[in-house]
Design a binder for this molecule. Structure first.
Ligand SMILES: O=C(O)CCC(=O)C(=O)O
Length: 260
């Protein structure tokens, strides 16, 4: 895909550490099928016969908690179709200038409305603090695809512009709000940009960009997939790859969505 917005999008990603594609990128039918897939996985129905990877939320768990299920694409074909959609690969490559883009891990995220819970938040963190299985300087980033209309009242993600240049601070926590403990480097400023997205819209963020999200005050669930991507400029720390990188040699789990 070549659009006139590409250079601006790449520049924004490089300068801010994220970019928000607020027009639907993925076709409605793909999104709707993936919503059905999401509901099936949440109910413990595994179309391929393969369960997801061990997760912090399992079918039958408290519906008021943030539902985070690891590697849902291996259990459901419609989810695999969404995460491996060529439009995603092409935009990811345009943003990074990469010659290869691979999906290496996926998380299903379902944030219930606040009437059920105030605990369903994502604390500010840098993804890289959880990704030590990759060599330093590996090019790693995330495509966050909305399946529902993620408006400002739905607990959308917030990004801290420029924080991808602060290095790995190893502060913050996905599961708890520790924002007040994060020490902003001298001379830098903490500001937040909210990523509202329509169904099928996508944001991309660098692995060092601080991000988090608050409660969902709307009456609808916030539905999304965090699709963790790598480029040709990345290398696992171990041989064979370990931890979250352990499936990268299996294209049925980790499809290459751009290049070879
Ligand atoms: O869904 C959220 O609010 C945060 C997701 C996240 O941390 C990520 O995509 O890296």
């Amino acid at each position: 895909m070549t659009t006139s917005t590409e250079p601006a999008t790449r520049l924004q990603y490089e300068s801010d550490g994220f970019t928000i594609h607020s027009q639907p990128l993925l076709p409605k039918a793909v999104v709707e099928a993936a919503i059905e897939g999401m509901d099936a996985v949440r109910a413990g129905q595994y179309e391929t016969g393969i369960p997801p990877q061990p997760s912090s939320w399992n079918p039958g768990d408290d519906p008021s908690k943030l539902c985070k299920i690891e590697m849902p694409q291996i259990t459901n074909r419609s989810i695999m179709e969404l995460v491996s959609h060529p439009a995603l690969g092409e935009l990811a490559a345009a943003i990074t200038g990469a010659s290869m883009v691979q999906v290496w891990w996926v998380q299903l995220l379902y944030k219930p409305p606040v009437e059920n819970s105030k605990e369903a938040i994502v604390g500010y963190h840098q993804d890289r603090q959880y990704w030590n299985v990759w060599d330093d300087d590996s090019e790693l980033f995330t495509a966050w695809v909305a399946l529902s209309d993620v408006r400002s009242d739905c607990g959308p993600m917030n990004f801290v512009p420029g924080s991808h240049r602060w290095g790995l601070l190893n502060q913050g926590d996905f599961f708890q709000d520790k924002k007040n403990e994060i020490q902003v480097p001298e001379g830098e400023v903490w500001s937040e940009v909210t990523a509202t997205l329509p169904p099928g819209g996508v944001s991309f963020h660098h692995c060092l960009t601080f991000h988090g999200s608050g409660p969902n005050y709307s009456s609808r669930p916030r539905r999304s997939f965090a699709i963790h991507l790598r480029t040709d400029k990345s290398r696992p720390r171990h041989d064979p790859p370990e931890g979250l990188a352990r499936f990268i040699d299996n294209p049925d789990y980790c499809p290459i969505i751009f290049g070879k």
